[in-house]
Design a protein around this ligand. Structure first.
Ligand code: NAD
Ligand code: AHE
Ligand code: ZN
Length: 375
C-alpha cells in the first residue's frame, strides 16, 4: 500500500453540531516528513465534543476529529527517521520538533513547527491528505484519529513499547498525560493541599498524580454526586459537591474555610470559566497556584478581582500537561507497563467504530470516564 492512496472508513463531521457520519474516504500517501498510520483504537476526549459542537473558534468543517489514538505505522514519507513501518505509535497533537524557538527554550512543550497549519486543518504543505466524495476534508489537531488511516507530520508522532496494549495506551495521547504533566511539572505539590474541580478523565488523573507525588490532602469537587466514588478510587481524601452547599455559599469560600485559608494548588478540569474563577479564589493568599486545564467555549473569558493576584495567587494554564511527547511519552508508557500509573482504570466504555456517535452519548451520560473506540 506504500505510495498509494488508501480507501478506508472514517467518521466525518460535516458541520458544527452534526453527528459523525462513517464514510469511505481516500487517504493520500505520506509526503516528505509525514507518516501514515493505521489507527487501531481511539479514545474520545471532551475536546472532540467541544469542536464537534461548534464551540471551538478554531473548528473547521468538514473534518475528521480525534486526537487520542493508537496505531501502527503503515508507511513513511521521505526523510522520516524516528519511526518506521510496523512501529506502534501514538499521534501527538502537541508536536515536538526539537529545533524551533519554543522547543529550544527549555520553558515550554508548545512547538512552533506545525502549529499554524495544524490550526488551519491542514498538513504543513497547506494541503489535506483526506478526500471524501471528491471533496477535501480538514485534518483536526494534526492527528484525526477517527479514521482507520491517518497522516501526521513526523514531529507529531512517537513510537512506544509494543508490549503496551494500544487499546489502553491510546489514552496517553491526551487525557491521562495532560493530567500527569499538569501535576508533575508543577513544583511543590509534594506535602501540599490540592483541590481538583471536575472529575472526568482529566480531573481523576490530576487527583491520582497529586497523591502519587505526595500531596497531603486532595479535595475533589464535582456537581455530579456519582463522581464521589470515582474521585476516592483515584486518591481524593475529600469530595465536595458545590450544588449541595447551603444556599448562597460559594464553593471557594467553603474551601477556604475548611483548609485554614485556602489551597496550595488548584486545578480547573471543567472548561467552565466560572469554575476557573472559583478555583483561583480557592487558593491560599500569598502562594496559592491555580492551573487551568479545561478548554472554554468561543467568546468565554475569565475574570477575577486583580487583588486576588496582587495578594499572591498565581493563575496559569497548561496544554498537554507541559509534556514533550516524543521525549516523554515512551517513558510514561514504561511507567504504565511497570504499574506505576493507572491507565486501564479510566476505560469505562468500549465501542465498535460504527457506534462512535454512541460513544459521544456515553460521554454525556455522566457515568463515562473514557470510551475507547475499536477502529
Ligand atoms: P469530562 O466532561 O469527562 O469531565 C468534566 C467533569 O467536570 C465532569 O465530571 C462534570 O460533572 C464536572 N463538572 C461540570 N461542571 C462542573 C462544575 N460547575 N463544578 C464542578 N464540576 C463540574 O471532561 P474531560 O475529558 O475530563 O476534560 C475536562 C476538560 O479538560 C475539558 O474542558 C477538556 O476540553 C479539557 N482538556 C484540556 C486539555 C489540555 O491540554 N489543556 C487536555 C484534555 C482535555
Ligand atoms: N482551539 C481552541 C483551544 C483548544 C485547546 O485549548 N486545546 C488544547 C488541547 S485540548 C486537548 O484535549 C491545547 O493543547 N491547546 C494548545 C494548542 O496549541 O492548541 C481555541 O480556543 O481556539
Ligand atoms: Zn483531549
Amino acid at each position: 500500500t506504500a505510495g498509494k492512496t488508501i480507501k478506508c472508513k472514517a467518521a466525518v463531521c460535516w458541520g458544527a453540531g452534526q453527528p459523525l457520519v462513517i464514510e469511505e474516504v481516500e487517504v493520500a500517501p505520506p509526503q516528505a516528513h509525514e507518516v501514515r498510520i493505521r489507527i487501531l483504537y481511539t479514545g474520545i476526549c471532551h475536546t472532540d465534543e467541544y469542536t464537534r459542537s461548534g464551540k471551538d473558534p478554531e473548528g473547521l468543517f468538514p473534518c475528521i476529529l480525534g486526537h487520542e489514538g493508537g496505531g501502527i505505522v503503515e508507511s513513511v514519507g521521505e526523510g522520516v527517521t524516528e519511526v518506521k513501518v510496523g512501529d506502534h505509535v501514538v499521534p501527538l497533537y502537541t508536536a515536538e520538533c526539537r529545533e524551533c524557538k519554543f522547543c529550544k527554550s527549555g520553558k515550554t512543550n508548545l512547538c512552533g513547527k506545525v502549529r499554524a497549519t495544524q490550526g488551519q486543518g491542514l498538513m504543513p504543505d497547506k494541503s489535506s491528505r483526506f478526500k471524501c466524495k471528491g471533496q477535501d476534508i480538514f485534518h483536526f489537531m494534526g492527528t484525526s484519529t477517527f479514521s482507520q488511516y491517518t497522516v501526521v507530520a513526523d514531529v507529531s508522532v512517537v513510537a512506544v513499547n509494543e508490549k503496551a496494549p494500544l487499546e489502553k495506551v491510546c489514552l496517553l495521547g491526551c487525557g491521562i498525560t495532560t493530567a500527569w504533566g499538569a501535576v508533575v511539572k508543577q513544583p511543590g505539590v509534594k506535602g501540599s493541599t490540592v483541590a481538583v474541580f471536575g472529575c472526568g478523565c482529566i480531573g481523576l488523573g490530576v487527583l491520582e498524580t497529586s497523591r502519587l507525588v505526595g500531596a497531603s490532602r486532595v479535595i475533589a469537587v464535582d456537581t455530579n454526586p456519582n463522581k464521589e466514588k470515582w474521585a476516592r478510587k483515584f486518591g481524593a481524601t475529600d469530595f465536595v459537591n458545590p450544588a449541595k452547599l447551603p444556599e448562597g455559599k460559594k464553593i471557594q469560600d467553603y474551601l477556604v474555610e475548611i483548609t485554614d485559608g485556602g489551597l496550595d494548588y488548584t486545578f480547573d478540569c471543567t472548561g467552565n470559566v466560572h469554575v476557573m474563577r472559583s478555583a483561583l479564589e480557592a487558593c491560599h493568599k500569598g502562594w496559592g497556584v491555580s492551573t487551568i486545564i479545561g478548554v472554554a467555549a468561543a467568546g468565554q473569558e475569565i475574570s477575577t478581582r486583580p487583588f486576588q493576584l496582587v495578594t499572591g495567587r498565581t493563575w496559569r494554564g497548561t496544554a498537554f500537561g507541559g509534556v514533550k511527547g516524543r521525549t516523554e511519552l515512551p517513558i510514561l508508557v514504561e511507567d504504565y507497563l511497570q504499574g506505576k500509573i493507572k491507565v486501564d482504570e479510566y476505560v469505562t466504555h468500549t465501542r465498535k467504530f460504527a457506534e462512535i456517535n454512541e460513544g459521544f452519548h456515553d460521554m454525556h451520560s455522566g457515568e463515562c470516564i473514557r470510551c475507547v473506540v475499536d477502529m
